[in-house]
Design a protein around this ligand. Structure first.
Ligand code: AFP
Length: 316
């Protein structure tokens, strides 16, 4: 689609944008229905209001309740959508049937990623993957769309159905209106997010981070995967890493629920996502809760990580 002028963007809502992009009707409807759940989940976060109710007594229950209620909101929305046969989420122990069986899509969710930050009022988010085939055996063509909602000062949503990555802002009327179209990363950025404890990093990863620091990269790490990734997309460059650690060689983040959707969106924006060596989207998940090291962002930073991790350079 030709670039839409800023003045016109406010009149392009999510449904119109997907129609203009020629996305098939059932997928358009499904993406829109999932985006709507972002409004319900945001209300749940507002209602939690645990600040007034003290920290010890309910914080844990409220955080756990928020995780569960966010999961339930998405599950119920999908169950009546008519387009989804199975649902898998970080809050469920297994893949669950939500349709009659013949529906086109399977949806994965991290319903409320970063929920441990709810008490700090930092931004958190919902991460969604939409698959045509089985999420465990469908291969790297299984994922056909991805999206995330960021609950921050604004509620924003970034989606892609293979038509580039685009940002929408929830306006006062409760509509998602276009704000950034065809987000395209530069060759490199100047921010980096580094997960895990430095004492647990490999020497190769430590050397890589030292290279970035020597080149003047600025640390941006909130503890929330969604806002940290969102910052890289909106600032058009940079890198997020959560590496293999001594003791946890697969790192922390989950391949299906967190990394695949973000890798899809980042690649659609001209970025890259690897486990340090191979593309995240080429990795065939073996279990639902499979974790994976992650290097995701603009090409220069992800390719440089590969050089260090494969021992092809130690030049800091
Ligand atoms: P929670 O959902 O338990 O808050 O974890 C958030 C997260 O999975 C991801 O959003 C962050 O990038 C990462 O964990 C932060 O991990 P550390 O707390 O180890 O830095």
């Amino acid at each position: 689609m030709e670039n839409i002028s800023d003045a016109t963007k406010q009149f392009i809502d999510l449904r119109r944008h997907m129609w203009m992009a020629g996305i098939e009707v059932d997928l358009r409807r499904l993406i829109w229905q999932i985006a709507v759940t972002g409004k319900y989940i945001s209300s749940k976060i507002q209602e939690s209001n645990r600040k007034l109710a003290g920290f010890e007594n309910i914080y844990g229950e409220e955080q756990l309740a928020l995780d569960r209620s966010s999961d339930e909101i998405i599950k119920q929305q999908l169950a009546f959508s008519g387009f989804v046969r199975q649902y898998a989420s970080e809050e469920q122990d297994s893949i669950i049937q939500v349709g009659k069986g013949g529906e086109k899509y399977i949806v994965t969710a991290d319903p409320l990623d970063g929920s441990s930050l709810v008490d700090t009022n930092l931004a958190i988010g919902t991460i969604i993957g939409i698959h045509r085939e089985s999420i465990l055996t469908g291969g790297d063509k299984s994922l056909v769309a991805a999206m995330y909602v960021t609950y921050g000062p604004l509620i924003t949503m970034i989606y892609s159905a293979g038509n580039g990555s685009h940002e929408f802002v929830l306006n006062r009327e409760g509509e998602y209106v276009l704000s950034e179209e065809n987000i395209t990363l530069g060759e490199r950025g100047n921010i980096y997010s580094i997960g895990g404890l430095r004492k647990d990093w490999s020497q190769e990863h430590l050397n890589y981070i030292r290279r970035l620091e020597k080149e003047g990269y600025k640390l941006r790490y909130s503890g929330g995967f969604v806002p940290d990734i969102n910052q890289i997309l909106i600032k058009r460059g940079g890198v997020f890493t959560y590496p293999a650690l001594k003791g946890t060689p697969n790192g922390k983040l989950r391949l299906i629920f967190e990394l695949q959707p973000m890798a899809f969106l980042m690649e659609q924006a001209g970025g890259m996502a690897t486990d340090g060596r191979q593309s995240i989207l080429s990795i065939k998940p073996e279990t639902l809760d499979q974790r994976c090291p992650i290097y995701i962002g603009s090409k220069y930073e992800v390719e440089t990580a590969k050089l260090f991790l494969e021992g092809n350079t130690t030049t800091i």
